[in-house]
Design a binder for this molecule. Sequence first.
Ligand code: G3H
Length: 477
Amino acid sequence: KQWIGPVSEVYSPVCFPTTDGFVRKLIGTYPICTEVEANDALEAAIAAYDNGRGEWPTMSVDGRIKCMERFIYKMIEQRTLVVKLLMWEIGKSYGDSAKEFDRTIEYINATIDALKALDRKSSRFEMAEGLIAQIRRSPLGVVLCMGPFNYPLNETFTTLIPALIMGNTILFKPPKHGTLLHYPLLRAFQESFPKGVVNTVYGRGAVVTPGLMQTGKINVLAFIGSSKVANDLKKRHPKINRLRAVLSLDAKNAAIVTKNADLHLAVSECVLGALSFNGQRCTAIKVIFVHKDVADEFLKLLSEEVSKLKFGLPWDRDVKLTPLPEANKTDYLTDIVNDAIANGAKVINENGGETLASFFYPAIVYPVNEKMKLYREEQFGPVIPVIPFESIEEPIDYQIDSPHGMQVSIFSNDASEISSLIDPFVNLVSRVNINSQCQRGPDVFPFTGRKDSAEGTLSVYDALRAFSIRSLVATKM
Ligand code: G3H
């Protein structure tokens, strides 16, 4: 329809110099839904589900797969534009933007394969105690999907696609940074799925989503973002006990570098882990524990490795560090580094913590202790806090006391040391990485977390289960 309501302006993190400094470039606008319009979108999703009797939830698995294959074809046609918008909207490098798009296509294809396998497994008959039962995988209803700005396409689709293909109807709110890039895909959704099956709401999450939750008509909340927002949304649902939540949330992943580590390997993995997409990943390494006997050497190598990373605009060749999309993020990072300095730490790398417009040069901060905000706070940016330790009990205690429990990375070349550390950590986090950085993928692996870090599990297989239930038709023999 012709939009006559208010619009939100989208400013790119890519800044342009002016006589007064730098300005962010306006790259587009999108309409802001009023509460009434958001509710209309919800009603469309409810009508398309029609208490499980709609065309989509009753369509055969083969039929749903055909629709999804049509969607993939149409999505690929939009690759160039979507990749360009990823670079402009969130400042992600060309290489990482292309990877995000291609990984999403792979994810959808893998989801189709997983559904075929699941369908083979679940559409069998089981007999017991005089009953014959046909077991099915059935949808749950209306799913509200919300993804984060750091993977506005990929992480939104890691819930939206499995929820959709299981026969649910979707209400989807793109992240504030990362809305425009969804526009080229809206027509693809429209042309591939029945009417009302995928519905989009735009605008500030704080304005449109609480009202949607308050209706009590959302059956599943699929949210990737901060724990605070997720908890607030969940609490608004009047029948919270009936709400299923699939959440991926805050994290403060630690790397532990023992005195038996290969320091070159540890450094290159820690740099990848801490600074890929400027550290703006839930799986980023957000604190490093290094044994005091090897701390000096480790810090020297770490500073050298960081100094090799190329700064630039998203489309520059081989660029690794790019502008930060969130407004005032450089101020926040400066503040958190200054707080550490005020409490006795130093920035140990040349140019560390310097800013230019929306750029922030990575800062290695050492030695960090519990008096500093950086010790626990999730910085979600290019700041690397390093903590020296003497006894391995210190990083274990850190993890025990942590409100988060996503991942850790352990660096050691001593097999018995590694095996003695796996057990304590594997029951405190959801993934222990040995001699490698923290990360979500490959997408066939389960992705979850303990404590405040997650609810439910995602992966191409787990997500299909998360957005469905096993139901059955039992007949007396
Ligand atoms: O931001 C959270 C993402 O799940 C991180 O995914 O480890 O593949 O970069 P990644």
